[in-house]
Design a protein around this ligand. Sequence first.
Ligand code: FRU
Length: 490
Amino acid sequence: MISQKLADARAYEERYGNAIPKEKRPEYHLSPYIGWMNDPNGFSFHNGMYHLFYQYYPYDTKWGPMHWGHAVSKDLLHWEYLPAALAPDTEHDNAGCFSGGAADLPDGRHLLMYTGVISTDDVRKNLQVQCLAVEENGEYRKYEQNPVLDQSDLPEGSDPCDFRDPKLTRKPDGTYSCMTVGRNANGLGQLLYYKSPDGFHWSFDRVIVENDGTYGKMWECPDYFELDGKYVFLVSPMDMLKTETFYSGNATIGMVGSRKEDGTFVPEKVLPVDYGLDFYATQTLLTDDGRRIMVAWMQNWDSIMDTGEDMPWTGSVTVPRELHVKDGHLYQTPIRELESLRGERVFIEKAEIHDPVSFEGVQGRVYDLTLQIHPSDGQFSKFDIRVAEQDGIYTSIVYRPKENRLAFDRSSSGTRRSVAHIRKMHNIHETEDGLKLRILLDRYSCEVFINDGEQVMTHRIQTDPSIGGISFRCDGTAVVDIEGYSLENA
Ligand code: FRU
């Protein structure tokens, strides 16, 4: 038997989610079945399929009491909706089923670990505890002994109202671990590590790393793993202050570093994971062939835009990205499976660009465009790429080599909202081949990968998806190799 709350959510999905036509959704990014999505959750490979759950409120395009939506895929690009997995329907999660992770049990069942939010008289004092749900024939049954971690499992001084987002891992020796975020007595984020012999019985192990106030205040959505001989810690801090490297607001930072003998983490390089306005709350998984794949919520609490009355859904997940560490730096590239969606190749070698120009075959809103901009050598100071363009509506990506700057600007994209629309990156550099940009367009987004994923910028755009012009212009002469593929009807 499922609860009335879960049954209601599913009935709503069937009725309104199924009515959304395919062309009113992204082509290869996951959007919610219906209504609102924020963080991806429970990203895992289970029973021959990738599973992606998400923070979900089906009944509105705004955040509300959190459910978990659910989708599965064979290639991480084509998603099939399954009925909502969790609803806030027990005394341990009556104010919401917040973010969490997933792993397999030894008998092959899927185990979800999520944060249950327990309401109190003052919403700011709602308690956060960690709960389990165990799969039985495709249904996720909440564990009778929930919660499995509560305030008695916190280190001294940590705040029981900010204890969330467990990242669950089944280790090679068959035991389990989980990492959650906490808030210490100074009001700052901490990464807490818990151990379990079987996934059900948990005990506190240690604090892995703590915020000294450099990176925002509270932290959210942690992930921590070994990659290419280094340790990587991903976390989304709230309330960042602007610095030379970071913007203010909610950010996602990647720390690459090493692990001390006592199990604590020493960061060596700390950078934004993504420089765009619409990126937050990462999750990763390790594929069978050893790739560390990352996804994130393609939005941010600071960049939420009203999607308009006729939009039945809001929020989506970034393109899945393969992570690597090279020379102590975190690189991300779109998963290689994306190449299998490519249509016919269009290639223009050494195009000389000055006056506004478009190229036959290089257009569309579901498009994979790679530009190799040859070394600028003082030949121009501004190279401008416009996408989703028609009759004065466009989104631009502007490269200014003399200022080492790349700017994304969606203020002319047809938006009627006044949230931030421009992001500038000031640390762009050319290699001996110049600057390489891979621009992934889908109906509602634009992701820019710079120099093979050394830096990335992710944005949503709200331009009508039928608008698909792409043009180039330059104030001097830029020499550019242009390679493009449609990804539509893939
Ligand atoms: C991050 C977050 C998480 C929380 C969830 C609630 O975006 O605030 O910390 O679990 O969203 O929806």
